[in-house]
Design a protein around this ligand. Structure first.
Ligand code: MGD
Ligand code: MGD
Ligand code: SF4
Ligand code: MO
Length: 749
């Protein structure tokens, strides 16, 4: 008999709703369900991935049973074991390691927002280790932190018919977030709204821009200061708003005085007229919106100042908590992430083991405590585990040297760090030396191939979904599973709970299933599980101008900062030893003079590098196992402008190697409209169809751009620790083909 069941896709953050046709516990068909969040059938219509769900459910390359390593680490020899045997052994080995080395002995790694990470965080908290590493410092934290310190909480863009100007800064939503972007463009109303795209590449997004500004990578902070210089000089400041609601305007005005369009034009290498024009549009719009992304999140030392400068740009033009500009989000009415993690209950013991103190005074337990005390004045509660996540340089050092204490075990959930973390050679070596690695994934990824245990996770459709933006917004969406997990796969929540039960955590895991846990999470806002499944959404829209709302003393509540105002000059950053005002940082250089000299002698050129531009249909290291995708997009590229290629004596289709002192990778050259002299390299490329273990580890050595990158904390952003995937340097030279990606190429057995 066939049944129709609601469920969701989880191949990207939209988590689109499906109706699954289920027969004998198997999904036989999937169709879009526009009655549930995100409602818009156009999203699915424009999506190349959703049909993959059906095949992936029973894909031949899925891991279906717990696997235990039997040969050498990385030998690719596995034995199927029962869940009880796997979890018993993992629990007892973790206990023994903690007994010998202390509770910080286990670290974890997480990835992009593909999974619910709070069960892992709860497990780690109760185990007593603060050592979660994640994408935090380079994907999410910088913006969250700077919004919180400047405005008292995070802001969300609010593009609507009120929007009179749009800045798209260091993000290419046309490839990374296709649907929402076109929706937003459509929603801006009939009269022409100037769109400014700030990106060294002429992206598909830049294709709809009225003005494309292509700055030198890593100079965006200076550019923002230049915009403010024009806005202040030309009297475009929202003076009433600034006088009443901003702290430190005079100081900021004095600071930006030196950032004249002429000087900024030199630093950023963009025309003076573009700076002036963009600033005028932003400053004179009744409401101006700005979206930003990875282009400014992954520029090392300049990350925090760039975000701070953007916050100031919004504030001095009055574009905060205003329709058509941006809206300050609210904390969640459902149980916030920090309470799901249970971090506050164990704060002091975790803080005592925090590796980041004193290296990154904001991204650590002390920094968290200070910021959280501010946001709590208005009842908003920051997630703790993301914002305190261990710096990978420090965690890897603890693995390599045992200092300040040893890390000997690692749990990896929903990430493929050998492709996506910086400095693959170092990560690989550190992991190979560990006593225990447990990977939760769907596939035998490069990282899974060096694990001691690979635990098969249940994917979308086989597990319920609760996507909640780390608890910094009052929105959660998702729905129920359509079927029980196939084979012996398990929901990630069940894996961490069952591990927890074996380690004396029973009291803290009262909910037997993930469904129950989601229902408990929703309980405070009065929504039950059935209603959640029906709507696929739990959300309260935000009001605007919330700073004017009367507080308990009858006066306007203001902003949740140390001064109660928007902090153009940041008192909190200053108290933590940081700068009150934003100033561009020093770039990270990965090639020393001797290295460059030697490369030049071998015929290479030395040029700036950015990495990882988002492209359809892949996502980081995912979906390379999809044959039809591989047919269409079959090799990794390095892009340069046609003029750069000509000057380098290279042609489209040439084989090239790019290298830093960290390592090298090979690609095929492509040309694109972009800054002269800049190199842009794909990331995430591996070869799932190759043998997962040694010597190729899934073909991860040939075209893996993270072989070139570094997470060294010394040159990272000083308050958060962000390292660089953009604004780095490399040498490039032509090499002989073919590359392993090409048809007919087969690795030695
Ligand atoms: N198809 C696909 N979609 C994805 C992902 C994926 O892997 N594939 N990943 C998801 C994830 S994890 C994330 S974080 C988001 C990221 O989403 P986005 O932030 O939109 O990422 P990109 O599309 O790479 O856009 C970043 C842009 O910044 C530019 N850039 C690089 N350096 C600089 C700089 O110094 N200054 C400026 N102004 N621009 C610069 C790059 O040229 C690039 O066009 O995408 C998500 N969506
Ligand atoms: N050089 C360079 N490096 C970068 C970036 C860059 O632009 N350039 N971008 C960075 C950014 S922004 C990000 S977010 C990261 C992304 O880095 P990752 O998150 O590590 O990248 P993915 O390849 O998406 O890996 C996700 C893995 O999780 C598995 N998976 C998916 N869903 C689930 C689930 O529900 N449960 C479990 N257990 N497993 C699941 C998938 O099979 C896949 O193997 O990369 C970062 N690294
Ligand atoms: S991959 Fe496509 S169907 Fe799946 S959630 Fe994203 S937009 Fe929706
Ligand atoms: Mo990301």
């Amino acid at each position: 008999m066939q049944e129709k069941k609601p469920t969701n896709c989880h191949y990207c953050g939209y988590c689109c709703a499906f109706i699954a046709t289920v027969e004998d516990g198997r999904v036989v068909d999937l169709e879009p369900d526009p009655t549930r969040y995100p409602y818009d059938p156009k999203i699915l219509a424009g999506c190349r991935r959703w049909r993959m769900n059906l095949d992936a459910l029973d894909g031949a390359d899925r891991v279906n049973y717990p696997l235990k390593r039997v040969g050498e680490r990385g030998s690719g020899q596995w034995q199927r074991v029962s869940w009880d045997d796997a979890l018993d052994e993992i629990a007892s080995r973790l206990s023994a390691l903690a007994e010998e080395h202390g509770r910080g002995v286990v670290a974890s790694m997480i990835g992009g927002p593909h999974a619910s990470f709070w069960p892992l965080h709860r497990f780690m908290t109760l185990f007593g280790s603060p050592n979660n590493m994640g994408i935090g410092q380079i994907c999410w934290n910088p913006r969250i932190w700077m919004d919180v310190l400047t405005f008292g909480w995070t802001v969300e863009i609010d593009i609507s018919s009120d929007t009179e100007c749009l800045f798209v800064w260091g993000t290419n939503p046309a490839e990374s977030d296709n649907s929402a972007f076109w929706q937003a463009i459509r929603s801006m109303g009939a009269s022409p709204v100037p769109v400014v795209v700030i990106d060294p590449r002429f992206t598909r997004t830049a294709g709809v821009a009225d003005l494309w500004i292509a700055p030198k990578p890593g100079t965006d902070c200076t550019l923002a200061l230049g915009f403010m210089n024009v806005i202040i000089e030309e009297g475009l400041v929202d003076q009433a708003f600034v006088d009443e609601w901003c702290h430190g305007f005079d100081e900021l005005a004095e600071h930006v005085r030196a950032y004249t369009p002429e000087r900024v034009s030199e630093v950023c290498d963009v025309p003076v007229e573009s700076i002036v024009q963009a600033a005028r549009w932003f400053g004179s719009a009744k409401a101006a919106a700005l979206i930003s992304g990875r282009g400014i999140d992954q520029v090392g030392a300049s990350v925090a100042p760039t975000h701070r400068a953007i916050c100031c740009l919004r504030a001095i033009t009055g574009n905060v908590d205003k329709p058509g500009a941006c809206v300050i989000a609210e904390g969640s009415d459902f149980v916030p992430e920090v309470d799901l993690e249970l971090t506050l209950e164990h704060f002091d013991e975790l803080a005592a083991l925090c590796l980041n103190t004193p290296y990154t005074p904001l991204q650590c337990y002390d920094g968290y405590r200070k910021a959280a005390a501010l946001t709590e004045r208005l009842g908003r509660r920051l997630p703790a585990r993301y914002l305190t996540s261990a710096h990978p340089d420090l965690a890897l050092r603890a693995m390599e040297t045992g200092e300040p204490y040893p890390i000997r075990a690692l749990i990896v959930q929903a990430t493929n760090p050998l492709l996506t973390y910086a400095d693959t050679h170092r990560v690989f070596k550190a992991l190979m030396g560990l006593d225990l690695i447990v990977v939760l994934d769907y596939y035998l990824t490069s990282t899974a191939s060096i694990a001691d245990f690979v635990l098969p996770s249940a994917g979308a459709i086989e597990r319920p979904l609760f996507q909640a933006h780390g608890g910094v917004a009052n929105i959660a969406y998702g729905g129920p599973k359509a079927v029980e997990p196939y084979y012996e796969r398990k929901c990630d929540y069940d894996i961490f709970r069952e591990l927890g039960l074996r380690l004396g955590q029973a009291e803290e895991w009262p909910d037997e299933t993930f469904e129950d846990a989601i229902a408990s999470t929703l309980a405070p806002c009065g929504m039950d599980w059935e209603t959640y499944c029906l709507l696929g959404l739990c959300h309260q829209p935000y009001g605007y101008y919330k700073h004017l709302k009367p507080g308990s003393d009858g006066k306007p509540q203001g902003f949740a900062t140390s001064t109660g105002k928007i902090e153009l000059a940041s008192e909190t950053l200053f108290a933590l030893g940081g700068p009150r005002l934003p100033k561009q940082g020093e770039p990270r250089r990965l090639c020393g003079p001797d290295f460059v000299e030697e490369a030049r002698r071998a015929g290479a050129a030395y040029l700036p590098l950015i990495t990882g531009p988002r492209k359809q249909p892949y996502n980081a290291s995912m979906y390379f196992n999809n044959e039809s995708f591989r047919e269409k997009v079959s090799y990794p590229v390095v892009e340069v402008s046609p003029e750069t290629a000509a000057d380098l004596g290279l042609q489209k289709g040439d084989y090239v190697e790019i290298a830093t002192e960290k390592g090298s990778a090979r690609f095929i050259l492509d040309t694109a409209t972009m800054r002269y002299g800049l190199i842009c390299a794909d990331y995430g490329w591996w070869h799932p169809e190759w043998k997962p273990g040694a010597p190729h580890f899934g073909g991860m050595w040939e075209s893996n751009v993270n072989c070139l990158t570094s997470c060294s904390i010394e040159e990272g952003e000083p308050m958060i620790g962000t390292w660089s995937y953009n604004d780095i340097d490399c040498v490039i030279r032509k090499v002989d083909g073919p590359l392993s990606w090409q048809k007919g190429f087969s690795p030695e057995p």
